[in-house]
Design a protein around this ligand. Structure first.
Ligand code: PMV
Length: 366
């Protein structure tokens, strides 16, 4: 699909007031996206598990502006109020205003409405869990619900594609939060229909061992990120290892596609961990360099390796752009690994906090 196909046509209906609520999840990448060109085009393809329990619920009330028709082109602005967990949040507005600016050409109807956005996360705010993926995908789904009412002939397939396309313009990884349980974003010859513009569901049959895969998120450091992902992505420009990394990541995506279909857990474990460490190695080798792992991140990783060796387990870890550890394991190890986490890993988390999650199916209308 071309970018121009996402430009909404003129509305066929007038709607005065309408409200939609969507729940959309966070996701965890197995093969990571790190490095992009404008406008949010990834330097390599990535694949993630969509999560289930870590999600955002967002309601948008759309109230039609009076005299919207007579506002001149130059006076146009997007009008919205923002509430997060019941409180008005002026400090979150610039990011959302920037998002609306990036998508306005594709959703010109947003100028016709005054929007009240009410949002809450299922996970603690500033837990170090990126809320941009779930937050922006939820807004994108609410906009698509409005677009569907204004146009009435949109297919579900188009709605999901365009929601992913819009969410991507806010935060790249958000494009992978519309569907599940496995989503690929970035054009890759090994994945049919894959695109740089939006995420697609992994289109091949996955081995049963990857069904309902478990992800325990260990909250090692809940502080503000030292380096925003925007800055991090930009540091991949002029990075000495960038070209090798993008090539390696695309090769890893192809390997991962085979692993998922064959059910090769040993290969899965080593590829997922290698991807996580390579992402952090890129950060350590950039200029300026930075380290997002904390001492407890490494303690947890070593404990996981010990546990895996001693129990012939297929537990593994991955990392986002932060210190928290995502512990991944097949459903048949849930009982034993959950006990291990509670007994041996929780001590390394802030206030012993962790979240048990599993692969989910994506956006749900509420
Ligand atoms: O979506 P962004 O721009 O916040 O980038 C996220 C990048 C990683 O989480 C580190 C990797 C990924 O693919 O999700």
């Amino acid at each position: 699909m071309k970018t121009s196909e996402f430009i909404a046509k003129k509305a066929v209906k007038n709607i005065e007031y309408v409200s939609f609520t969507w729940q959309t999840p966070s996701n965890i990448a197995l093969v990571k996206y790190w490095g992009k060109t404008n406008p949010q085009i990834p330097k390599n393809a990535s694949i993630s598990f969509t999560l289930n329990n870590c999600h955002t619920i967002t309601t948008i009330d759309f109230k039609r502006k009076h005299n919207a028709e007579i506002v001149s082109e130059s006076d146009k602005s997007v009008a919205f109020n923002l509430f997060f967990e019941g409180k008005k949040k002026e400090e979150f507005k610039p990011k959302i205003a920037e998002f609306f600016k990036r998508i306005q050409a594709y959703c010109p109807y947003i100028f016709d409405y005054e929007m009240t956005i009410k949002s809450e996360n299922s996970f603690p705010h500033s837990s170090g869990i990126a809320s941009s993926a779930s937050g922006l995908s939820a807004i994108a789904m609410c906009l698509m619900s409005l677009e569907k009412q204004l146009h009435s002939d949109l297919s579900e397939e188009f709605i999901n594609k365009k929601a992913s396309f819009l969410a991507r313009l806010g935060s790249g990884s958000a494009s992978r939060s519309i569907e599940g349980p496995l989503v690929v974003w970035g054009k890759h010859a090994a994945v049919e229909e894959s695109s740089d513009l939006f995420g697609v569901k992994f289109p091949y049959k996955v081995a049963p061992v990857f069904n309902n895969y478990q992800d325990a998120i260990l909250l090692v450091d809940k502080g503000e990120k030292q380096v925003s992902s925007t800055v991090g992505h930009n540091l991949m420009n002029n990075h000495p290892y960038a070209d090798a990394r993008f090539k390696d990541a695309n090769e890893n995506l192809e390997k991962m596609a085979t692993i998922l279909q064959k059910g090769d857990l040993k290969a899965f474990v080593s590829l997922v961990e290698s991807e996580a460490l390579t992402l952090h190695a890129m950060m350590m080798a950039s200029s300026p360099y930075f380290i997002l792992m904390k001492p407890n991140t490494l303690k947890i990783i070593n404990k996981i390796w010990e546990y895996r060796a001693e129990n012939d387990s297929n537990i593994c870890f991955t990392l986002d752009a932060g210190a928290n550890v995502h512990v991944l394991y097949p459903e048949n190890e849930k009982k034993s690994v959950n006990t291990f986490i509670e007994k041996e890993l929780a001590v390394f988390c802030q206030n012993k906090q962790y979240i048990l999650d599993n692969a989910g199916l994506g956006a749900i209308e509420k």
